[in-house]
Design a protein around this ligand. Sequence first.
Ligand SMILES: [Zn+2]
Length: 350
Amino acid sequence: MKNFLWLEKQYLSNIQYKLSMFTKKTDSLYNMRCPFCGDSQKHKFKARGYVYLNDKTNSLWYKCHNCNINLSFNNFLKKLDNNIYDDYLLDVFKEKQTFKFNKTVIEKTSDVEEFNYNKILNNLENINDFPKDHPVYKYIKNRQIPSEKYSSIFYCKRFMEWINTILPEKFNAEQLKVDEPRIIIPFFDKDGNLFAVAGRSFKKKSIKYITIKFVSDEAKIYGMDRIDMNKRVYIVEGPIDSFFIDNCIAFAGSSGYIPEFNDSVIVLDNEPRNKEIIKQLEKFISLGYKICIWPKSMPYKDINEMIVNGFSKEEIKNIIDTNTYSGLMATAKLSEWKVVRKNIRMEKIV
Ligand SMILES: [Zn+2]
């Protein structure tokens, strides 16, 4: 079995900025404040968390002498940051592939040929392949997705199972129990290479989008292959919403990474009760971005819903452009827009 100690050390060094009081004691021993129990509240300089080399497994482990948590490096990384953990799994996967194909490769070299992910779509059915009376075809048609986009939309009966054939054990047995059919939307970079896919659920109660990245250094942004960087770029939440606005990309589950544009507007869903959305908008305002605050009179929660309920592409673009704000104005509009929840406990006491 190939050893990934060097990869573990590399990832540990990459995430040390997240670890308070991180110090390297020796080549295989690192000390930090425990990120899980917070170490001591009273003593700000206590640091009782250690990453150490486990001789039995020849890999790194984490132990805290305060809360006694003991984790393999995998689980340590997973608990610390799920996105970075995903990147790590991909790197391990790539290393294993390289190892299989060429056992003489020991050092990581830069000229390792990139795995071509475009071919994974060959196993899927394209929307254009379905008969016009098929429920999947009808679903796409009823959402009024422009027919020229059909060729870039696919269907998969068991999404998680399919992903596991590409990234082994990405989804565990527990998750596979709730596996379901999903619409598949592939993400391509500027050169047309596939680097991620989003699976969109048909059900209202499920997680709307699950986005899986295959290439770790690409941000999970949808639509980068078809935008004009010199024009205003619209950034929405879901890939399907992005079909209805010209020069539009989608976050698609990424935690808000934005490439550099001359002019961009962030257009999140119309959900003034959603705390997560409020938090995101506050963050974007503080970073100086322009954001759209939907007018209170708009009853629909995302662009696709507006389209289905009779708004035209042009009308929606016009609403966005006339409700785009930044800086202090954005802060003022946001506090008008958000629905503050009443503090029920306070009311009871009074
Ligand atoms: Zn601890």
